[in-house]
Write a protein that binds this ligand. Structure first.
Ligand code: ZN
Length: 432
């Protein structure tokens, strides 16, 4: 576990995909540049053949692929790493970039190609991390232009875009052009929470290969909390189980008393459902708690972005062209507000979803206890309550309640108004 993929916790499938793609990419480079032959390669003819091979559009007339280049697991010019926050999207993108630049083509972790990529000093790897403001069109155009140049290291030009969900529409279009007609040696690695159209445009999505990252297993998360964060093993185990494998959430639960309080409030829901009125009260409380948590999570970054934009616009002056600048400024402010609003909505959706996942864990515990299944409970601290529920509801009633929570999640995902979906769920949980 000392290679570049060693830091990806519990992502075996994604790592497998990336390893094969890196091997395939290395094989393509060898096929295109026959250094052993001594003859100079055929310049652009070779690169064109490489580009065709790369896209998988021409398997017959291009250079014969090397043995390791599994056609089904091949390379492509554009990738999207998706997964919930904390699942390791940018870790995966950096590791893959390192594997592409690795002189052994494997991501060995110790050669200069791997090392400079991971430390952020490789000349052919560009990392875009939007700090405060979104990624604008000017920055993206410059980036695309530089990315089209020949890689100085002779391998690939790699562009990593973290938080690709924060591209402005114009920047997204500039990127799309590059992805549609990619220079033969350029690879784009995008990171986004999901492939939902709110996060990434449908057209960009359609040009990319998606690498979904999952929430890693609790044991792997607990191990990381102990090893990297110095959290006591028993706390780490509890937090990893309660967070159902989410690295960042487990870390917060282990360290942040407020996060623990919010979770306690959610897990108190089942015993508070004593009637119709109580069900509606519980729905309101859940929605409002999610809104408050979401607001707290975005307030700082919203403020920082507004300040940064105002500072940038304040330098505009009042001379010639000021009117045009003002019109531009209004547009930028509107753009920022629009993005902040959509981020707030997403944060609320995420907070509510976390609460629903906690609640589903409770009814799952009741179900496994009713079935006497030999599995550890998700929530060890409410296991006694879940056991009481299991006796009262039996397996069937526990399953119906679990399904009510999962249906609520699905309804919100399908854009049903959260309050309506949560009220319906609470009534179903009360009636059973
Ligand atoms: Zn290496």
């Amino acid at each position: 576990m000392t290679d570049v993929f060693g830091d990806l916790v519990g992502q075996d499938e994604a790592v497998d995909t990336l390893r094969r793609a890196a091997a395939s990419a290395a094989a393509l480079l060898r096929a295109a540049v026959p250094v052993a032959a001594g003859a100079p390669a055929g310049g652009y003819d070779d690169l064109d053949a490489l580009a065709e091979e790369f896209d998988g559009t021409d398997a017959d007339s291009g250079p014969a692929p090397a043995a390791e280049a599994d056609p089904g697991a091949g390379m492509t010019h554009a990738w999207i790493f998706t997964g919930p926050p904390g699942s390791g999207r940018s870790v995966a993108a950096r590791a893959f970039a390192a594997a592409l630049q690795c002189v052994h083509g494997t991501g060995c972790g110790s050669c200069p190609g791997c090392h400079t990529t991971l430390t952020g000093t490789h000349a052919d790897v560009r990392l875009v991390v939007p700090d405060g403001l979104s990624i604008g069109v000017g920055e993206m155009r410059a980036l695309v232009l530089r990315a089209a140049s020949t890689p100085s290291g002779g391998r690939w030009q790699v562009v990593i875009i973290e938080d690709a969900d924060r591209l402005t529409e114009a920047a997204g279009n500039a990127l799309l052009k590059a992805i549609e007609e990619p220079p033969p040696r350029t690879v784009f690695l995008l990171c986004a929470p999901s492939t939902h159209p709110d996060d990434i445009s449908v057209t960009i999505r359609s040009r990319c290969r998606v690498v979904p990252l999952r929430q890693p297993p609790p044991a792997a998360v607990a191990e990381v909390l102990v090893r990297r964060d110095g959290i006591a093993p028993d706390v780490a185990e509890w937090a990893a189980a309660a967070a159902q494998g989410h690295v960042g959430r487990a870390r917060r639960l282990a360290r942040d008393p407020e996060a623990r309080q919010r979770r306690d409030a959610v897990l108190a829901v089942p015993r508070r459902l004593t009637g119709v009125g109580a069900a509606f009260d519980a729905a309101s409380a859940l929605i409002e708690a999610a809104e408050a948590e979401a607001a707290a999570s975005v307030v700082e970054i919203d403020e920082a972005e507004r300040t940064a934009l105002q500072t940038a616009l304040g330098a505009g002056g009042t001379g010639r062209g000021a009117a045009g600048a003002m019109r531009g400024a209004a547009g930028q402010l509107k753009d920022l507000e629009k993005r902040q609003k959509s981020r707030a909505t997403r944060a609320q959706r995420d907070a509510l979803d976390r609460a629903l996942v906690d609640l589903a864990g409770f009814y799952r515990d009741a179900l496994t206890m009713a079935l006497r299944a030999p599995v550890a409970p998700v929530h060890t601290d409410t296991a006694a309550l879940a056991g009481a529920g299991a006796q009262k509801w039996d397996a069937e009633g526990s399953l119906r309640r679990l399904e009510a929570v999962l249906e609520c999640r699905a309804a919100i995902e399908a854009n049903v108004k959260p309050r309506i979906a949560v009220e319906a769920m609470m009534l179903a949980l009360w009636r059973g």
